[in-house]
Design a protein around this ligand. Structure first.
Ligand code: NAD
Ligand code: UFG
Length: 339
């Protein structure tokens, strides 16, 4: 298949591109590089032997997006471009609604105009808000706690309505749980320029020597060790879930929704332990007050994706920690060499 990957130079996008190429799909990457770097595609080439065609374009720029569709006949689109920082979305809601909604609307218009019928969309477990119980399945009540979450909720709504109105459209809404880890080569992974908000990239910065210690937000939750519990999924497993979703779309399935998680929850302290073990050194941490808006515990019921997509996670928490540490050390070495 010829696949347009929006947000394809980003953390998850770059891993999806690698898996697509490995499965012999033809990839075209579109990104405005607002949160990534084009050099990621050199790493993709080192891993796969292929550097995909790249368009530096903003999805808010209808003309630029139209040109990409004019020049290519896509069988499917995997739409991952978007802003994702929860805190920033609270401070700048307009920025988030504009970027995350207009990008999807512009894309949907192009897909309609150029007859592209298959779309995989990056949604998030954030649409479950504070789940009433875990494991959470796809029919759980939806509610969001911040503008970022609402953009995912609204995008899901928009794409569902488009699918309902046009029976020839196929859309997979993938609700990711907590992606962490990196490609085993150490060449691609998550390394934001700013101080990270999320757990794994924060630990990566500590291992790179860029941050001294991590604050563990809350040790008085109703969880086994008092710290927050999440369903961490290796980014390579997550990426493979996109290929499985594309295969599902090829059966003309209409609208489908899947959780992509492992079905297991791990606490913040368990993650810190796994990273410390993989690093061979203790990650320094101290306890801090709960972070506003945090949920104590949730994890996925991934059985629908297991059943209908044949999706099964191969990697466990130790693998995620090993690959994250390898990525951090590879990056650190490369930076030292370039100094
Ligand atoms: P990322 O920031 O690494 O990747 C997103 C990419 O989109 C970036 O490369 C950025 O430059 C690009 N982008 C943003 N706005 C754009 C625009 N208007 N036009 C073109 N490109 C644009 O983030 P990620 O972690 O790889 O996330 C990918 C998708 O998955 C996002 O939609 C995110 O909301 C969703 N998601 C991520 C997580 C997570 O924890 N990482 C969890 C659930 C869902
Ligand atoms: N945590 C810390 N210290 C930190 C960062 C995080 O203790 O410096 C804790 C959090 O309190 C939480 C756990 O680590 O208990 C995971 O936090 P993350 O920020 O890594 O991830 P979240 O589960 O809060 O949320 C992320 C995204 C959401 C998305 C969700 C599921 O930010 O948008 O994963 O995909 F919905």
């Amino acid at each position: 298949m010829k696949v347009l990957v929006t947000g394809g130079t980003g953390y998850i996008g770059s891993h999806v591109v690698v898996e697509l190429i490995k499965q012999n799909h033809e990839c075209v990457v579109l990104d405005n590089l607002s949160n990534s770097n084009e050099s990621v595609l050199d790493s993709v080439k080192k891993i796969t032997g292929i550097r995909p065609t790249f368009y530096k374009a903003d999805m808010l720029d209808k003309a630029a997006l139209g040109k990409v569709f004019e020049q290519n006949k896509f069988d499917a689109v995997i739409h991952m471009a978007g802003f994702k920082a929860v805190g920033e979305s609270v401070e700048k809601p307009l920025l988030y609604y504009r970027n995350n909604l207009d990008s999807t609307l512009n894309l949907a218009l192009c897909m309609k105009k150029y007859g592209c019928k298959n779309l995989v969309f990056s949604s998030s477990a954030t649409v479950y808000g504070k789940p009433e119980s875990s494991p959470v399945n796809e029919s759980a009540k939806l509610s969001c706690a911040n503008p970022y979450g609402w953009t995912k909720f609204m995008n899901e709504r928009i794409l569902s309505d488009i699918c309902n109105a046009d029976k020839s459209m196929n859309v997979a809404l993938l609700r990711y749980f907590n992606p962490i880890g990196a490609h085993e080569s150490g060449l691609i992974g998550e390394n934001p320029n700013d101080i990270p908000n999320n757990l794994a990239p924060y630990l990566i910065k500590i291992i790179m020597g860029e941050l001294p210690k991590i604050n563990v937000f809350g040790n008085d939750y109703d969880t086994p060790d008092g710290t927050g519990v999440r369903d961490y999924i290796h980014v390579v497993d997550l990426a493979k879930g996109h290929i499985a979703a594309l295969n599902k779309l090829a059966t003309n399935c209409g609208l489908v929704i899947y959780n992509l998680g492992t079905g297991k929850g791990y606490s913040v302290l368990e993650v810190i332990d796994a990273f410390s073990h993989a690093w061979g050194k203790q990650i320094p941490y101290s306890f801090a007050p709960r972070r506003a808006g945090d949920v104590d515990l949730y994890f996925a019921d991934p059985s629908k994706a297991n059943r209908e997509l044949g999706f099964k996670c191969e990697y466990n928490l130790d693998d995620m920690a090993r690959d994250s540490v390898n990525f951090a050390l590879t990056l650190k070495k490369a930076r030292q060499k370039n100094q």
